[in-house]
Design a protein around this ligand. Structure first.
Ligand code: ZN
Ligand code: ZN
Length: 645
């Protein structure tokens, strides 16, 4: 999901004129400092619009001269959900002779936004982080404990860990926040041992110390250590839970993340919005539709306002779990849509092969005066590709720059190569690759290769297959692709050559794994898997399926047997591909007519694809398979990808 923030700065009160402030700061208003602070602290936390109104009030009332008010205003900008560091710095610029509090708010918001360079610039120093120290000392802030922790944070984020550490060891007063900042710094740079040592030597630890360790360890990939500490803690707060859940999600451990989230629910800890959207992301990636639905219901039950971020996370979850209708419903009901919300919906439609709807929505977006960004154009171009709209696609590519000022990037060219290739315009596609202004990446070549395979251009396939292998010698899929090209031609010597190369280079293949969500539990299948409790039933069902399909004229695709894209393929194993097991499981355990939803980590092979098409017809089921590349909606013997994936 994209989480770009809005960046319009045009209606910022300070932007009007530099001398605007001096004209309006005559204290004519009756408003007290307290009223102003209340206004900033309560009303403005949710909306940038309200915050800007409050900002105007601050200026008019003359309270902007008050450092405490100015600092609080800065803080509100920094904490605003659609926060943008530009706002914060612009406001900061107008604060007359900022004091410690104002400085601290500014430095902290820079650090929170990972804008270390800016933080240094604001402090009036160059990138030599050391100089900020001098600055801080000059301002006489050295003894200030708050700025001390900010300084530790800043030094640490530059990787100047020794300098950061000097603040701790300088013999002056230090609080637990300074220690925590140091731990955080060590972990940010992967110095786990130093972090552990410091943590263990701390006389006084607070929840923050534990939280810093847990989130840092998880970020370093030390999930076991993080989890051990998490389990040890008797007193966890909401941040503790979020840290471990977020760590798991960022590391791709979706199953573990969802398990901890369930525990969190059992303990009746109310998750913050941020956790909910990150758990939705786990659901999306794991295909855990029931869990995702539960969160949706939870939001409704607790009347939690669907802001753009949370709403978009919901859309993304529904899209990725194959429920376009639900995604649409959420989208329609969202009060505030940002460009990334539109992108999620347009991209969802495009990915599911509903090109016409995607393009229609794009025009609606323009009518509603929403400015598309580069991600929007990736979706639109891929929609055009799937719908075979060659002229429109080329037109969009041209217009991106002329009308919207967005320079096409390699992804956009990749979509157009795909578009031309799908339409059989292989020469044009190749020409575009050789004339595009940047080096083509693997995705661009991959798009061309897909087209060559579809249109039976063996000579070009082989050439592109070799280029891809050169580009990504570590990617096992590239060997499989090239080998498959040879296998189809019956060039067994070349097949053997590719295999030998793979062996020499020690390239290992990933096992194919398919998952299916049944009543909130995600079941996982590997090829030839015998570990599932229903294994007997599943294999019986599979036999039954194959028999029925054979009556419909199905025969296993022989060329897949030799060396499949997934490398799952061995002659006897073709019918036990993970997605076939998952489909059989789905047919056994769901009511007739229920849609079966499967997530697969690799590409679906040709044999599974044609078998699934027939299953959708014979068993009258919609089957939605999300593979590594795209979505396949199987219905009544056909697939939404038009056999092109
Ligand atoms: Zn297969
Ligand atoms: Zn398909």
């Amino acid at each position: 999901m994209s989480t770009t923030t809005t960046s319009s700065t045009t209606n910022l009160p300070h932007n009007v004129k530099p001398d605007h402030l001096s004209k309006t700061n005559i204290p004519t208003s009756e408003l007290s400092q307290k009223t102003i602070l209340d206004l900033l602290n309560t009303k403005c936390t949710t909306s940038l619009h309200l915050l800007k109104q409050a900002h105007a009030v601050v200026l008019k009332s003359g309270h902007f001269q008050d450092h405490y008010v100015a600092g609080t205003l800065l803080k509100s900008y920094a904490n605003s959900p659609s926060s943008n560091l530009n706002f914060v710095s612009k406001v900061f610029y107008y604060v007359p002779r900022p004091n410690v509090f104002v400085w601290n708010v500014m430095l902290k918001s820079c650090l929170d936004h990972n804008e270390t360079w800016k933080a240094c610039n604001i402090a009036g120093v160059d990138k030599e982080g050391l100089q900020i120290h001098t600055h801080v000392v000059k301002l006489g802030l050295h003894g200030d404990i708050h700025i001390k922790s900010s300084a530790i944070q800043m030094y640490a984020s530059f990787g100047l860990l020794m300098d950061a550490r000097q603040f701790l060891d300088d013999g002056q007063e230090c609080d637990v926040i300074c220690w925590n900042a140091m731990i955080d710094g060590y972990l940010k740079w992967g110095d786990i041992e130093a972090a552990k040592e410091l943590f263990n030597s701390m006389v006084e630890k607070n929840i923050g110390s534990y939280n810093a360790m847990i989130s840092g360890l998880a970020k370093c990939g030390r999930f076991d250590d993080a989890r051990k500490l998490f389990d040890e803690m008797s007193d966890k707060n909401e941040i503790t839970w979020s840290s471990i859940i977020d760590g798991y999600i960022k590391g791709g451990y979706y199953k573990e993340a969802l398990e901890v989230f369930n525990q969190m629910q059992n303990q009746e800890i109310r998750p913050r919005k941020f956790v909910l959207s990150s758990v939705l992301c786990a659901c999306a990636n794991f295909g855990a539709l029931d869990q995702g639905r539960w969160i949706h219901a939870y939001l409704k039950r607790n009347s939690i306002n669907l802001d753009a971020v949370l709403g978009t996370a919901l859309i993304d979850m529904y899209v990725k779990c194959g429920c376009l209708d639900m995604a649409w419903e959420v989208f329609e009901n969202m009060k505030k849509k940002e460009v990334f919300s539109w992108n999620a919906m347009i991209g969802g439609l495009a990915m599911h092969g509903r090109a016409g709807d995607a393009i229609e929505l794009f025009f609606k977006m323009l009518r509603e005066r929403m400015t598309p960004d580069k991600i929007t154009f990736v979706s639109i171009l891929s929609a055009c590709a799937h719908a075979g709209m060659v002229d429109r696609g080329l037109e969009v590519l041209d217009n991106m720059k002329i009308t919207f000022g967005i320079e096409p990037e390699v992804e956009h060219y990749g979509c157009v190569v795909d578009l031309l290739g799908r339409a059989g315009l292989l020469t044009e596609a190749e020409e575009l690759i050789s004339t595009m202004p940047m080096e083509p990446n693997a995705a661009v070549w991959g798009a061309l290769l897909g087209a060559c395979k579809k249109h039976g251009n063996i000579e070009l396939s082989e050439r592109v297959g070799k280029i891809l292998l050169e580009m990504e010698p570590e990617n096992s899929g590239r060997y499989a692709l090239l080998s498959n090209i040879y296998a189809k031609e019956g060039r067994w010597d070349d097949v053997a050559e590719v295999r030998k190369l793979m062996k020499e280079r020690g390239i290992k293949t990933n096992p194919g794994i398919s998952t299916i969500d049944l009543n909130g539990i995600v079941h996982e299948f590997k090829m030839g898997d015998g570990s599932h409790p229903q294994v007997k039933e599943i294999y019986l069902m599979l036999e039954k399926i194959i028999d029925k399909l054979k009556m419909e004229g199905y025969s296993p695709i022989a060329s897949q047997v030799l060396f499949d894209i997934e490398e799952e393929d061995k002659e006897t194993a073709l019918k036990y591909h993970s997605e076939k097991l998952a489909i059989a499981f789905g047919l056994i355990n769901t009511n007739p007519g229920t849609t079966i939803r499967i997530v697969k980590n690799l590409r679906v092979c040709e044999d599974c694809h044609s078998a699934t098409k027939l299953i959708s017809k014979v068993f009258e089921r919609d089957i939605i398979v999300r593979d590594r590349v795209r979505y396949h909606h199987f219905r009544n013997g056909k697939c939404s990808c038009n056999d092109f994936w």
